[in-house]
Design a protein around this ligand. Structure first.
Ligand code: AMP
Length: 389
């Protein structure tokens, strides 16, 4: 393969190609524009969040090789906000342009078994797990791991989709019936009785410089992130270990760009990796207001070969997602003005026209003098939008 390593940084005026045009791409686009870069987005949608702010939108499915090659040819570097593009297509693009993170990293991040194999190889703890491809393999894996366990599709799972909890051996058949339609490649994981869910976003540049954002504490509802609090309310040793794990994974996988690492903290204070995402992450949205650099600017700096920015948290923050089922994200924006009465509250809406249940429409970030107070205010602000007034 041709070596397109960035010897000198790509400076403002250069064109960045972005695979995916959702809200992560939109916030990246805002930062890229602010810094004087050009941006081309590849996304199949008609009015996608990122396309509203980019210089050019190649409207095509991610499977369209010609469209992907067009993006590669027209860009000085390609990065992504959606990690499930076909790896062979990305490799073909890599003949024309540097892709950060690399197709090798994406191949790992696209598959839950490969992800956990890589973590174990790098000395990072995970829940017990087995690869599963048939009902017989599921039963054998369950006998080894024990219940309760969670069966997940190995690919394309996000926001709790493609998962079935197995509370005892008798439920294995039903779980298989439910999920086997969604793929042919699965993972069975022991259910971790976690004390807290946390995440760390680690940036790594081509020169090997790394920088972690402070640890986020995450609360999910029905498998979807609801609230993030930063800094996570954990002892310093746990925060330190979480950052060490994220850095070890970013370095061990050779990531250039961002690596978001979701982790469980168990009752003994041990950290177990749950999953990785080689891109900006929902649990890092507060960095926009709360840190010395946003995760989106940090991604841009890493993939352009610029020095990384300062990820330090300037003020405690909490971020709450606004979903399609929250009344205020729909027509009339009921409750938005009342939410903004709460001190320190910032509103982000992603420009999605249709509010559907389960769809991320925007988020609120609330800054305060303590993590507790930020979390309290974020919940109050969210209640006003969710209730529509
Ligand atoms: P995931 O799509 O793997 O991030 O799962 C979504 C959410 O389901 C996680 O954030 C956890 O709240 C829960 N979950 C997933 N896997 C496990 C596990 N092995 N043990 C306990 N909870 C889990």
């Amino acid at each position: 393969m041709t070596d397109h390593r960035i010897a000198a940084p790509l400076l403002p005026g250069a064109t960045i190609g972005m695979v995916g045009g959702g809200q992560l791409g939109r916030m990246f686009a805002l930062e890229a524009r602010r810094m004087g870069y050009r941006l081309i987005v590849l996304d199949p949608g008609t009015d996608t969040p990122a396309a509203q702010f980019c210089d050019h939108h190649i409207r095509a499915p991610f499977e369209d090789l010609n469209a992907c090659l067009e993006l590669a040819r027209r860009s000085d570097v390609v990065t992504l906000e959606w990690e499930n593009a076909d790896v062979s297509t990305l490799r073909a693009m890599g003949e024309h342009v540097q892709i950060h993170p690399s197709p090798d990293v994406l191949e790992v991040a696209q598959h839950r078994v490969r992800e956990k194999d890589a973590a174990r190889r790098l000395g990072v703890l995970t829940a017990e797990y087995r690869a599963v491809r048939s009902k017989e393999e599921l039963e054998a894996a369950l006998a080894e791991i024990g219940a309760p366990a969670i069966l997940k599709t190995a690919r394309m799972g996000y926001d709790g989709k493609g998962q079935a909890t197995i509370r005892d051996a008798a439920e294995a058949g039903a779980a298989w019936e439910e999920l086997s339609r969604e793929g042919d490649d699965f993972i069975l994981e022991a259910r971790v009785p976690f004390w807290m869910e946390v995440s760390v976003i680690c940036a790594r540049s081509a020169s090997g410089q790394t920088a972690c954002f402070p640890v986020s504490e995450n609360e999910h509802r029905r498998g979807i992130l609801h609230l993030t609090v930063a800094p996570a309310r954990v002892p310093d040793e746990i925060a330190e270990e979480a950052r060490r794990v994220a850095t070890a994974l970013a370095e061990g996988l050779g990531v250039v760009g961002l690596l978001a690492v979701e982790m469980f903290v168990d009752a003994d204070g041990r950290i177990l990796m749950n999953e990785i995402a080689p891109r900006p992450h929902n649990s890092g949205h507060h960095t926009w207001e709360a840190c010395g650099v946003s995760q989106f600017e940090q991604q841009l700096r890493a993939v352009c070969g610029l020095p990384l920015g300062d990820p330090a948290l300037l003020r405690p923050a909490a971020m709450v997602n606004l979903m399609g089922e929250d009344a205020g994200t729909g027509l009339g924006r009921a409750g938005v003005a009342r939410a903004l009465e709460i001190p320190g509250t910032a509103l982000h809406l992603y420009g999605k026209h249709e509010a559907r249940a389960g769809r991320k429409m925007g988020h609120l970030t609330v800054l305060a003098d303590s993590a507790d107070e930020a979390a309290r205010r974020a919940r109050r602000a969210w209640e006003r939008i969710a209730a529509g007034g």
